[in-house]
Design a binder for this molecule. Structure first.
Ligand SMILES: [Zn+2]
Length: 185
C-alpha cells in the first residue's frame, strides 16, 4: 500500500475513501481508511485498512514513519499491569507465545496497534476457533488447558512470554522491561 503524505491531521479520525473496487469480489464496495497514530517512545505509525461491505474482505496493516531496524522483542508478562503494554504489530510479524501458539505472517495476517491484553485475547480467539472444529479429544483438552492459562494471565495469576519478530522493523513491544535483540535477516 502506498504511503500518503499528509499535511496535518491532529485528530484521531481516519481518512476514509469509500466505493473502491474490492480485490476479492470486484464490487465497488471497498472502504479504505488511513490513520496516523503517535506511539510514545516509538514514533509515528500509519495504520491502513481495507474493508469490503459486500464480501466482508478485510485487510489491515501499518507502517512506521521512521525506519526501525529488524528486531526481536521478548516480554515476560507477569502482572496485570503488563497487560497495558503497547504492541505495534505489522502484518509481517511473527508473534510467538511459547508453549501456547505462534501467529505467522501471511496473506491473511493483519497489522494493528494493540496491547498485551489484545494479543492474548486474539490468541484465545484463535485457539477457541480451532477447538470448535477439532474432533480429537486430546487436542480439545489441550486447547481447553491453553485457554485456562491465558485466562489466568489475564487475571494476573499466571505468567507467559510474548516474542515478536519482524524483519521489516515495523513492529515493537514498548516497555522498559522488554528485551530487544537484533534480528538477522
Ligand atoms: Zn468484496
Amino acid at each position: 500500500m502506498a504511503k500518503k503524505k499528509k499535511v496535518e491531521n491532529k485528530t484521531d479520525q481516519p481518512d476514509v475513501i469509500e466505493g473502491q473496487p474490492c480485490p476479492m469480489c470486484s464490487q465497488n464496495k471497498l472502504v479504505l481508511a488511513e490513520k496516523e497514530t503517535e506511539i510514545p517512545y516509538f514514533g509515528k505509525v500509519y495504520v491502513f485498512s481495507m474493508t469490503c461491505h459486500n464480501c466482508k474482505y478485510h485487510k489491515a496493516d501499518l507502517e512506521c514513519a521512521e525506519h526501525h531496524e529488524p528486531a526481536k522483542y521478548t516480554l515476560e508478562v507477569s502482572s496485570e499491569e503488563d497487560l497495558k503494554i503497547r504492541i505495534v504489530k505489522s502484518a509481517h510479524a511473527f508473534v510467538k507465545i511459547p508453549h501456547v501458539l505462534t501467529i505467522e505472517p501471511g496473506p491473511a495476517s493483519n497489522g494493528f496497534v494493540t496491547n498485551v491484553e489484545g494479543i492474548i485475547n486474539r490468541a484465545k480467539f484463535a485457539i477457541e476457533s480451532a477447538r470448535e472444529s477439532e474432533v480429537d479429544k486430546t487436542a480439545k483438552k489441550k486447547a481447553k488447558k491453553l485457554i485456562k492459562k491465558l485466562n489466568n494471565v489475564l487475571w494476573g495469576r499466571d505468567k507467559l512470554k510474548i516474542i515478536i519478530e519482524d524483519k521489516t522493523g515495523n513492529s515493537a513491544i514498548i516497555s522498559d522491561k522488554v528485551v530487544k535483540n537484533k534480528l538477522r535477516v
